[in-house]
Design a protein around this ligand. Structure first.
Ligand code: UGA
Length: 437
């Protein structure tokens, strides 16, 4: 199928490359011509395992091209909208400027039978409004909403082998046609047994935000238990293992630690709260404010643990921060708990030296005041306290006996609860986890 993908950021670049990998003929379009130039050379503009490979193979096979001219969308039958919906400055609501601009700029190039497919995460009600805009343009095109559930670090695999497909489509014949077009695009996944949920716009939009709200709630639930564990001497990791054996609960996303970050979970729960309030149903998701508050308290807890490990003497104390990205296998530092902790400690007067396998460049762009090093050894050298904030294998596999020889004081704050306390204590370290005795 001939496809255009409008927006070549995280979502769009992965989607365009993956659709080409599946055999479709794809044009990726973005207003940022420097991004387009790099992508056209097969260079991903962010770190994502496997992306360079699919990008290069699709470009070499002639199935993928990039352009900064929206007119190049003409001729494609399906147009994916994959632009960002960040948090609005000064409010919790999602900023729909880019979605609106993408659809509006596409209107002159739509033909009868074309399908515009929203992939961006939007407040419920957006699709109905955009469908109206497309209908009044007189092109004869229609709209579907097809939310994306990919995880950073697994983005290509999640796009090619999704665990479910959700289509929000209009009623009647237009909906049947949209479903058939999407089924053709995702034929490989559907043949492999991926379930498809065909529904209305509002449900499709809500599936996306409620899935992220549920995941955020699950993480904050276990972090709330960590807070209780901290005042009772209980061990939250054993608690998570024990409740996780119940299939109805499940062990995944029950890792207590410094909490969630990134470009999705934090802003999505806030946008959901803002939208529910607009709809007069703020109380229905008021608990998400508490989910957010618990999450942010965990960052403060990590900072407090460092302050207490240093007896309040932060000035001139060297603190090694292991991790900057919001999670491993990503260079994304948007709303990263790790970077937040590093910046807070710097603000309190500590001499912070931070390291990360992929996140340094992005972190430096936002916070040039911090000291960065690509070497774990250099980060550890002479540290008065070490904080593990992102569970990269490069950090979780550190040999505590070796690390002990580098630091000034052997104290480690394991803000992801991923190290073996027995091994670290045996090597002479003071080990401090979150919600663990
Ligand atoms: C999340 C969702 O998992 C995806 O399904 C969704 O498509 C995506 O947002 C999106 O809306 O685009 P992602 O932001 O890549 O994906 O990251 P997650 O793997 O969900 O992790 C989010 C944060 O939660 C990370 O900071 C991670 O360290 C933290 N986390 C995760 C925990 O603190 N504990 C856990 O048990 C699991």
């Amino acid at each position: 199928m001939k496809i255009s993908v409008i927006g070549c950021g995280y979502l769009g670049a992965v989607h365009a490359s993956s659709m080409a990998e599946l055999g479709h003929e794809v044009v990726g379009i973005d207003v940022d011509s420097s991004k387009i130039a790099l992508l056209s050379e097969g260079k991903a503009t962010f770190f994502e395992p496997g992306l360079t490979e699919v990008l290069s193979s699709a470009l070499a096979g002639g199935r993928l091209r990039f352009s900064s001219d929206i007119a190049d969308a003409a001729g494609a039958e399906v147009h994916f909208i994959a632009v960002g919906t960040p948090q609005t400055i000064g409010s919790y609501a999602a900023d729909l400027t880019y979605v609106d601009a993408a659809v509006t700029s596409l209107l002159p190039y739509l033909s009868a039978g074309d399908l515009v497919v929203g992939k961006s995460t939007v407040p419920v009600g957006t699709a109905a409004r955009l469908a109206e805009l497309i209908a009044t343009s007189g092109s004869g095109a229609s709209l579907a909403w097809n939310p994306e559930f990919l995880r950073e670090g697994f983005a290509v695999n999640d796009t090619i082998h999704p665990d479910r497909l959700v289509y929000g489509v209009p009623a009647g014949e237009a909906g049947e046609r949209a479903t058939a077009q999407l089924n053709e695009i995702y034929a490989t996944a559907i043949e492999a047994g991926t379930p498809v949920v065909v529904t209305d716009y509002a449900t499709a939009e809500l599936v996306k935000v409620s899935a992220n709200a549920f995941l955020a709630t699950k993480i904050s639930f276990i972090n709330a238990m960590a807070e209780i564990a901290e005042v009772t001497g209980a061990d939250v990791t054993q608690l998570a293992d024990a409740i996780g054996f119940d299939d109805r609960i499940g062990r995944r996303f029950l890792n207590a630690g410094v909490g969630f970050g990134g470009g999705c979970l934090p802003k999505d729960i806030r946008a959901f709260t803002a939208r529910a309030e607009e709809l007069g149903r703020g109380e229905s998701v008021a608990f998400l404010k508490e989910v957010d508050a618990i999450n942010l308290r965990r960052r403060q807890r990590v900072v407090d643990l460092v302050v207490s490990a240093l007896d309040g003497q932060l000035y001139n104390s060297r603190v090694a921060v292991l991790g900057l990205s919001f999670k491993p296998h990503s260079d994304d530092v948007r709303d990263s708990p790790a970077l937040d902790v590093a910046v807070q400690l710097y603000g309190l007067g500590a001499s912070v030296v931070a390291t990360d396998p992929q996140g340094i460049e992005n972190a430096r762009g936002r916070h040039p005041q911090l000291e960065y090093t690509a070497s774990v050894e250099d980060a550890l050298r002479d540290a008065s306290v070490v904080v593990l904030v992102t569970e990269w294998p490069e950090f979780t596999e550190i040999d505590p006996v070796w690390a002990r020889t580098l630091v000034k004081t052997p104290t480690i704050i394991d803000a992801r609860n991923t190290l073996d306390p027995v091994a670290w204590r045996a090597a002479g370290w003071t080990y401090v986890g979150l919600g663990r005795p």
